[in-house]
Design a protein around this ligand. Structure first.
Ligand code: GLY
Length: 568
């Protein structure tokens, strides 16, 4: 074979690849926590909708069939990258009611009253989801809003399947539901895997909102029903709190990691900023020399996570209430300075980073979904009621649970929230303020095109789950299913211990870490121990990976019942 023939062959080959990658479409894909929701999102895109239409339809479907975290009565964040190269984010985080105050969860001696910020009417923040749905539709939607609501109305009317996961969640919370909402309440009943739950009251609520827009939720019958229920359960939210709510388009946080650009959520979420700190810190190390989940790897990430979480407790909160530094947190000199005390020989005690002592509790009940449409518009959404089924307060006539997002404020500076994260003045309660979040909807870009769309539930461990998943793809070349399902570990500064999934490390790796004075807690744990709440794993990442030739693959975390739907 002549050299000219070979050259011609290679030139033709690369030109064809170039032409294919310039002209062909992306395979529309949705990865979410429910099969029905992923399928609904995909169908919307097959019917001519874009990623934003699908986002709205998926959010609504999750509010029907994933009542632990899916919602119209909670909040969240969306990060997006458009096929024209532009990007942005929407903040639909809940807000503190106008009559809230910094000491609303304290007794007369100034002590935190246990449970008040997480259970019942006083725990409810002013919800943002419906405002977001209509704002997104107005700015980006292609299909009529009716087309996006109808699949979820039908799902609520015809019923949705109780999966094993939902059966377990409902069983675990049944006694609290009965205490809070009575025996006759829809979710106080006994459901088994394979049952179908019909929620006609909720179908009617969705019809009202579909017909009336934001007013169908923030005023009128549904709003009055919500406020009446909240006040019966000891809450302070009023109709004017609901009318005042607005979601906000914000600049996402953007940083570089090697050849990649990463966009993620900025304040009032700490997620993107901590992720930036962690990625910037690890960029200085040659990971090709450090095997995945080896003692060195776990040690290095632990020390990076410890330092980032120490910063979180200090100067992070709602940017509309104070001037907050953003890029200063991931400034190269600052990160270098933070890492100066790192030693391969021994753990840095958290007390030497910053003082404090908190309890680590954890709940995984936030939900994330990732979407890409045929044109390459990418959407990354994390949304929540905070804990599983939020405040547990159920608005019976309207058919939905209310959030307990107020617990994400610092009830008392220095006192840990449900997730064990220490708060500061910056995250103290003020009327109309948004509570600090850890949600980290993220898009990794290569050559300004989406490479990885991802996020996770898991309170503070959202950030470490996203961090480790990005490294799994970029540094350890895992495919997307391996990357989201690979065993993880988590450190959040206090308590000063590494929480590790069962299969993350061997006896030998654990011995090396212990010899360097690391305290380890291995999951699953059936009882609370060392301040770690009973739990079996860390995060549940839903991701979409796009290769250089626009091939799209969905990664649904094997820790949970998550589902990828894409055109076959
Ligand atoms: N409620 C969980 C979070 O916002 O981080």
């Amino acid at each position: 074979m002549s050299i000219f023939f070979l050259m011609r062959f290679f030139i033709l080959f690369f030109v064809s690849i170039f032409i294919i990658s310039c002209t062909n479409n992306y395979n529309p894909t949705v990865v979410s926590a429910r099969k029905d929701a992923s399928e609904i999102g995909l169908k919307i895109m097959e019917d001519g909708g874009n990623a934003f239409d699908a986002m709205i339809a998926v959010q609504l479907a999750l509010s029907v069939s994933h009542p632990t975290a899916g919602n119209i009565s909670g909040g969240g964040f969306m990060v997006y990258k458009l096929s024209d190269g532009s990007e942005g984010s929407l903040d639909f985080r809940e807000k503190a009611p106008n009559s809230s105050s910094a000491d609303m969860y304290l007794d007369e001696d100034g002590n935190v009253i246990s449970g008040l910020s997480s259970l019942g009417g006083l725990a409810v923040g002013v919800p943002g989801t419906i405002s977001a749905i209509f704002d997104i539709h107005e700015k980006f939607g292609l299909l009529p809003i009716e087309d996006l609501f109808k699949p979820s109305i039908e799902l609520a009317e015809n019923g949705f399947l109780v999966t094993k996961y939902l059966e377990d969640e409902l069983n675990e919370k049944r006694n609290v539901f009965i205490m809070m909402n009575g025996e006759e309440s829809l979710y106080s009943k006994n459901y088994r895997e394979g049952d179908t739950i019909k929620n006609n009251n909720y179908a009617q609520t969705l019809i009202k909102i579909m017909n009336e827009g934001k007013d169908g939720f923030y005023s009128g019958e549904v709003a009055e029903d919500m406020i009446e229920t909240i006040s019966k359960k000891g809450g302070i939210m009023t109709l004017s709190d609901l009318l005042d709510y607005e979601s906000i388009w914000r600049e996402p946080v953007k940083f570089k990691y090697k050849d990649y650009d990463i966009i993620s959520m900025s304040f009032p979420s700490s997620g993107g900023i901590l992720l930036g700190q962690m990625m910037k810190a690890i960029e200085k190390f040659d990971l090709s020399e450090i095997p995945h989940n080896s003692a060195e790897y776990i040690q290095l990430l632990t020390e990076i996570e410890r330092r980032a979480f120490a910063d979180r407790s200090d100067l992070m909160g709602d940017p509309d209430f104070m001037n907050l530094p953003v890029y200063e947190f991931m400034d190269e000199e600052y990160i270098e300075d933070r890492m100066k005390s790192f030693s391969w020989e021994e753990a840095t005690p958290s007390s030497e980073i910053k003082p404090g002592e908190v309890i680590f509790n954890e709940s995984d009940e936030t939900t994330h979904f990732s979407i890409i449409d045929k044109n390459g518009n990418a959407v990354s959404v994390t949304t929540t009621l905070n804990n599983s089924f939020g405040s547990k307060v159920y608005v019976e006539n309207s058919g939905f649970f209310l959030n307990n997002e107020m617990d994400d404020f610092s009830s008392k500076p220095g006192f840990p929230n449900f997730f064990g994260v220490l708060g500061s003045e910056a995250n103290s309660i003020q009327p109309g303020k948004r509570m600090l979040s850890a949600m980290t909807p993220t898009i990794v870009l290569k050559n300004n095109k989406p490479k990885l769309i991802l996020g996770s539930p898991g309170g503070p461990s959202i950030i470490t789950s996203v961090f480790q998943t990005i490294l799994n793809v970029i540094e350890y070349e895992m495919d997307v299913n391996e990357a989201v399902s690979a065993p993880r570990f988590h450190h959040q500064w206090y308590p000063d211990l590494i929480v590790m999934e069962e299969n993350v490390s061997s006896y030998e790796v654990d011995s090396v870490l212990k010899s360097k004075n690391y305290l380890l807690v291995k999951l699953p744990i059936e009882e609370d121990t060392l301040g770690v709440y009973k739990r079996s794993n860390i995060g549940a990442v839903d991701a979409i990976l796009i290769d250089d030739f626009k091939n799209v693959s969905g990664g649904a975390d094997s820790r949970r019942e998550h589902y990828t739907s894409s055109v076959e």
